[in-house]
Design a protein around this ligand. Structure first.
Ligand code: SF4
Length: 730
């Protein structure tokens, strides 16, 4: 190279050479793949099908899979750049153990022996429930199934939950209360077939971008978007409802009021398939348009018109995400949304369903197969029949299956703080950025006798606190399945080997089971994820999330199959598109429950000292706490830092200029030097900051108040003030 440079030759010609690619024409020669591996995107729950192009043992490109029914060849910016994550510099490569206050490399054998030994000692000393486990929505279903068994039957603790409680537990709890089971009833196809689509607190253009092509396919729709912020999705709407923060429940109750008052309900459906109608009528009586207008800030006429559009639609779809879920009234808001669908018979109808758009790529997988808020297969802890059936399937005494769920995520943290949980295992999540009111969490983790963090990345703010770091293989390096928001199971494949000594989470779980002497009992003969998948098929058979007819081969062929897919189903084309189309629900009497819900103001109202309502959320370029996307140069260059959105009226009053640095302050903490964006996307009195950035961690100021039913945090509203950074104390 030096000689060539000395001779004045073009030493970069290989880097800049072009070559012809059969699919896309001339591209960089280094990006022309020799082989392709089909897989599923590892970010969000849309579940786009993708192809990874391999050249000389490296993944050099990601492309949409044109044959995939969800994404039809498209990917969003994160998906298109996902392969860069595989070579990120911050990948965890070796097991590490804290020795004399520093993390030092150890062998896998030593790591597993130490982990099993420390967990055993904690269990002997304080009882098995003094061990807590917090996982994720990012593993494959085979790993969730394995982990659930390992935690409950191997470690013997029920104190197991996932970061899904920070995003989807509200939808889960809402579905269970209304319909008797978790499980989104609709399909993406409904976006293309609905007459009216109402999105509440769902910025899909930013957070689930590929869903927009299903919307675009529907030329006849009326799209209504309710959001306090003029998001990119709001900009796509036919009717935008600029609701005040957390007034969604009042709006939904107000729609129910008008539907009932104006006779826009399906009385036959209500009498045959629901219960609680009279109570609901009494409950929503006071939510007349004028009352609701006073709460939401919308005009009574607008509320009336939107209700009539919804009520007169042949098929009406309601979608929601974190705007609803991130609320201490979230579960009840989901129930109120479900009420609207039940009042009009829009459940499991072509184009009509109440549809929770999930967050993570496999949040659904942990909901189906895990041991967190349900027993595997959506079985109920409280049902003796369900426990006995599961015990029979596993050939264990029914007494080993708990009769109630263990602590949820925030309650695990609280138990750590109160020194009831002494050892914690965190898997594929980064709470030091994502948990609300981070100072309390830091204090809690400092109380632990033993903290294990298993992740693909190190260092992260959370791995840096660990006593042990276990390096995990990530997306693109392991096999299994994900389930997306429409219950579509898709295949996930390895394109390359994991870096360094990293192992798949599946392999780590089996190695720990070995050390805990429970591998033979719980995972007899298991060697690969397919073994877990085959058992999971048997365990899910006959349940709502029936996988028994699904095979890995059929998933590859079809580009994903929706459950339920019992063995008797002939082909993926015959898969059940929607749940509850026959009006039979998973409650004891088969009827859905209409649930009375009362609006109330959010807990921390603005004050003279903290005059703004803070809203937090996401941007299309980044994923969660940025451990993945922060390592992708192109995404980092587009979105390198956090910002604060403020309305021009407020900026003028505070004499702030665009791009100035500001501090965001609440009673809990201060986030320093955030870039100011002055924009009418945000209403006066409100501010918005994205939550991805550890360097400007907005969870320093958010509130640790939780939904009493789902235990999901109230991330979306808290009271803050904004100060020019140069004036703020250092
Ligand atoms: S929309 Fe979601 S699943 Fe699809 S490419 Fe983007 S991040 Fe991946």
């Amino acid at each position: 190279m030096n000689l060539r440079r000395f001779l004045g030759m073009d030493i970069a010609r290989e880097k800049y050479a072009f070559a012809r690619d059969a699919a896309v024409g001339h591209i960089s020669a280094q990006k022309v793949a020799h082989d392709w591996v089909k897989t599923t995107c590892g970010y969000c729950s849309v579940g786009c099908g993708m192809m990874l192009g391999i050249r000389e043992g490296q993944v050099v490109t990601s492309r949409g899979d044109p044959g995939h029914p969800v994404s039809r060849g498209k990917l969003c910016p994160k998906g298109l750049a996902e392969h860069y994550v595989l070579n990120a510099e911050n990948r965890a490569m070796h097991p590490l153990l804290r020795i004399e206050n520093a993390l030092s490399r150890v062998s896998w054998d030593e790591a597993m022996q130490t982990m099993a030994g420390r967990f055993r000692r904690v269990a002997e000393r304080y009882g098995p429930e003094s061990i807590g486990v917090i996982s994720t929505g990012q593993l494959v279903t085979e790993e969730f199934y394995t982990l659930g068994k390992l935690v409950q039957l191997g470690l013997g603790t029920s104190n197991y939950d996932g970061n899904t409680t920070l995003c989807m537990s509200t939808a889960v709890a809402g579905y269970k209360r209304s319909f008797g089971s978790d499980g989104p009833p609709g399909a993406y196809e409904d976006l293309a077939r609905a007459d009216v689509i109402l999105l509440i607190g769902a910025n899909i253009a930013e957070n689930h971008p590929i869903l927009c092509q299903h919307l675009d396919a529907n030329r006849a729709k009326t799209l209504i978007v309710a959001d306090p912020r003029v998001t990119k999705t709001a900009m796509m709407a036919d009717i935008y409802l600029p609701v005040r923060p957390r007034s969604d429940l009042a709006l939904v109750n107000g729609i129910a009021h008008i539907l009932i008052r104006d006779g826009l309900i399906d009385r036959e459906y209500i009498s045959q398939h629901t219960k609680g109608f009279d109570e609901l009528c009494r409950c929503v009586e006071k939510y007349n348009p004028e009352y609701v207008a006073g709460i939401t800030g919308l005009s009574p006429e607008l509320i009336h018109n939107v209700t009539h559009l919804y009520g007169k639609a042949k098929a009406a779809f309601i979608g929601w995400t974190m705007g609803v879920n991130h609320s201490s009234k979230g579960t009840e808001t989901v129930n109120a949304i479900n009420n609207l669908a039940l009042l009009t018979g829009n459940v499991g109808r072509v184009g009509g369903s109440p549809f929770s758009i999930t967050g993570q790529c496999n949040a659904m997988g942990t909901r189906e197969s895990g041991f967190t808020s349900s027993l595997p297969g959506y079985r109920k802890f409280e049902s003796a029949a369900d426990r006995e059936e599961l015990a029979r399937l596993w050939s264990i005494p029914a007494e080993r299956i708990p009769t109630a769920r263990g602590l949820a995520y925030p309650d695990i943290i609280d138990a750590v703080l109160k020194k009831r949980i002494k050892a914690l295992w965190i898997i594929a999540t980064n709470p030091l950025v994502s948990f609300p009111n981070i100072e309390v969490l830091k204090q809690a983790l400092g109380e632990l006798e033993f903290l294990v963090v298993q992740d693909c990345f190190h260092p992260t703010p959370t791995t840096e606190l660990a006593h042990m770091v276990l390096p995990a293989a990530g997306w693109g390096e392991k096999e299994g399945t994900y389930t997306n928001s429409e219950r579509r199971v898709s295949k996930v494949n390895a394109a390359v080997s994991p870096p360094g000594q990293a192992l798949s989470d599946f392999e780590i779980f089996l190695r720990l089971a070995d050390e805990l002497d429970c591998r033979d009992e719980l995972f007899t003969g298991w060697k690969e994820p397919r073994d877990a998948f085959e058992e999971w098929k048997r365990v899910s058979a006959g349940r709502l999330c029936d996988y028994s007819g699904i095979t890995y081969e059929a998933l590859e062929e079809a580009g994903g199959i929706q459950w339920p897919f019992p063995k008797s189903t002939d082909s993926p084309a015959d898969a059940t598109r929607r749940l509850y189309s026959d009006g039979e629900f998973k409650t004891d009497d088969g009827k859905a429950q209409l649930i009375c819900t009362e609006w109330e103001p959010f807990p921390e109202q603005p004050s003279a000292n903290f005059p703004f309502v803070l809203n937090t959320g996401r941007t299309v370029e980044h994923w969660h706490t940025r451990t993945k996307t922060g390592a992708v140069a192109i995404l980092e260059q587009i979105s390198p830092r956090a910002w604060l959105e403020m309305n021009p009226v407020d900026a003028k009053r505070l004499m702030l200029r665009p791009h100035e640095l500001v501090d965001v302050v609440s009673t809990r903490g201060r986030v320093r030097r955030v870039e100011l964006r002055i924009t009418e996307m945000i209403a006066p009195g409100q501010v918005f900051v994205p939550f991805h950035f550890a360097e400007w961690n907005i969870n320093e100021v958010t509130q640790d108040i939780f939904d009493p039913i789902s235990r999901e945090p109230n991330y979306k509203q808290c009271a803050v003030r904004v100060e020019r950074s140069s004036l703020a104390p250092g």
